[in-house]
Design a protein around this ligand. Sequence first.
Ligand code: PBG
Length: 328
Amino acid sequence: MSFLDFHRGRRLRTSASMRELVRENEVRPQDLMMPYFVVETDDKDFRKPIGSMPGQHQLSMKQLKKRVGEAVAMGMKSCILFGIPAEKDPEGSQAYADEGIVQESIRMLKDAYPDLIVAADTCLCEFTSHGHCGLLSPSGEVLNDPTLDLLAQTALSQVRAGADIVAPSDMMDGRVAAIRDTLDEAGFVNTPIMSYAVKYASAFYGPFREAAENSPTSGDRKSYQMDPANRREALREAEADIAEGADILMVKPGLPYLDVIRSLRENFDAPVAAYQVSGEYSMIKAAAQNGWMDGDAVMMESLISFKRAGAELILTYFTEDALRLLNG
Ligand code: PBG
């Protein structure tokens, strides 16, 4: 064999322009969806840094409007809202209150930025006093079927407020069908459901629990979120959600589960979303702050990896940072 037979990969890497010419994937502003945490408070200027997520804040509605406005000016196309209510109760009633903090924030954002896609996380855990994603039995078991109606009411109130997408993240069985039925009956046949179809019981959600104040007061989420050891089970979860009417399939967390994203991409035609969760964000930020890695470079490398794995949409706390970088 002569040297001429060698694969000459380096020919296509000789300059930035050459590399660009043959580049397979790209991160575009419209691929990124930014999560925000909005707090129900009388303090209109409330803006509290989330210690474990450098650069992220809990925001009042007024501060949210301002921050979203800045991001929209940089090219942000979509965001997803998480709400922190003033009062929590065992039924999570503020999750489906028409004047709840998420519902009010959706109205405000759609009014201010009509072209922005505003998604709503549909779950009870930020609104329940016990911090679980569903109703609890007296013995502390998370009840599946009695929770479905509350989730459907939550989604309906969010869509009535103007949400463009609802994103159920609770992992109760049958919730996509329950939500679809309720939305259709109310005439919202055109509102898509982005299902957290494949959501693992992950320690990478650690910082989010500070951000959204949704830690379970007892137990954990392992009876409803998935076992990190399982990949085939992800296909069963995705299949069930598609059958129930999910429009977009989400995998969460992101980087530790790139194989699952790829599996979904290869097995389903629906759009696949990746959620780069709080812990993934915090690890990169912390290392960058210590000068241990180039934060911007690692951020972009992590984002392109989701595209390479087959996701078309990335939910990431890096959205604003990435837009800043992409805008040069
Ligand atoms: C709760 C929800 C969680 C996240 C999104 N929706 C936390 C959890 O399941 O405990 C995590 C997001 C993140 O860590 O960034 N329904």
